[in-house]
Write a protein that binds this ligand. Structure first.
Ligand code: SF4
Length: 277
């Protein structure tokens, strides 16, 4: 060994020599974000938040999606249908009505009027008695007959497969178009925003908006596109089964630890006043 050089000894303090004063590598950007939980604040006079809660943190969104996969692994649209046209009709009828009720009405309806041409040949008043029990039957009759006529006159009797074309059909807005495109045509063009998705997205702080189109934009920005349709169905099922409008079943909910909703019925985490339906 050269004169004057000593072999390196382990530090008595447990720290390696030379660490003091050396700049430590800065944490990855994501590690600065909380995945869930309340804001953490340092005690003391000049207390400042050291870790801010971000409800849209990618890791939190991933955990919510994973939780939905565990809760609802194989869900699809609950509306009974055997064609794109039947799904258009069922979705129009499902506005302000339960899927169970719609599924009671549609089998007889499609037996009576098997094709889109049969519906196009009707006057709306003729359809009203058949769909009366789904509510808002006058408007729904106009929408169904109007959509049938448009499909026959402009699209050769075949339900179109693009958002722009679907939106030209009477009674079809983005929600119905997303259901048909995602469920029947397997195209992820958007997220279905109905009353369940609106409520749960707000409870989980995935949006602060109340307008359906803004909520859809918020969800499309954080949910991977390939999951848009499945995510929609999973959240709709969650809204029916557990995260119901009044008295959500939080004690049974697999998302409970990630949820800070103001109207939770049971909670192991801090409640956020802003997280409400
Ligand atoms: S914990 Fe309760 S409010 Fe939150 S998502 Fe689950 S059921 Fe809904």
């Amino acid at each position: 060994m050269p004169r004057g050089k000593m072999p390196r000894q382990p530090s008595r303090s447990g720290r390696q020599e030379g660490v003091r004063g050396r700049k430590l590598p800065s944490p990855k950007p994501f590690s600065k974000r909380a995945t869930s939980g309340p804001k953490i604040v340092q005690a003391g006079k000049n207390a400042r938040p050291t870790q801010s809660y971000d409800p849209l943190a990618p890791e939190r969104v991933r955990q919510i999606l994973a939780g939905l996969d565990r809760l609802y692994p194989d869900v699809t649209c609950a509306l009974t249908h055997h064609s794109a046209w039947e799904l258009v009709v069922a979705t129009i009828l499902s506005a302000q009505c339960t899927d169970v009720r719609v599924n009671m009405v549609t089998p007889g309806l499609f037996e009576k009027y098997p094709t889109v041409q049969d519906f196009a040949a009707l006057e709306p008043e003729q359809l009203e008695p058949d769909i009366r029990s789904t509510g808002f039957f006058r408007n729904k009759s106009k929408s169904v007959v109007g959509a049938a006529r448009k499909i026959v006159s402009d699209f050769g009797g075949i339900v179109p497969q693009t958002m722009d074309e679907l939106l030209t059909l009477p009674g079809v807005a983005r929600k119905t178009a997303n259901v048909v495109l995602g469920t029947w045509f397997k195209k992820n063009e958007g997220v279905v925003v109905d009353t369940h998705v609106t409520r749960i997205a707000r409870r989980l702080e995935l949006t602060k908006n109340e307008d359906a189109q803004k909520i859809e934009q918020d969800l499309m920005a954080i949910v991977p596109r390939e999951r848009w349709t499945d995510f929609s169905h999973q959240v709709i099922w969650h809204g029916r089964k557990l995260c119901v409008a009044r008295g959500p079943k939080c004690a049974d909910c697999g998302l409970e630890k990630l949820c800070h909703a103001a109207d939770k019925t049971w909670s192991t985490v801090e409640i956020h006043k802003s997280a409400k339906p």
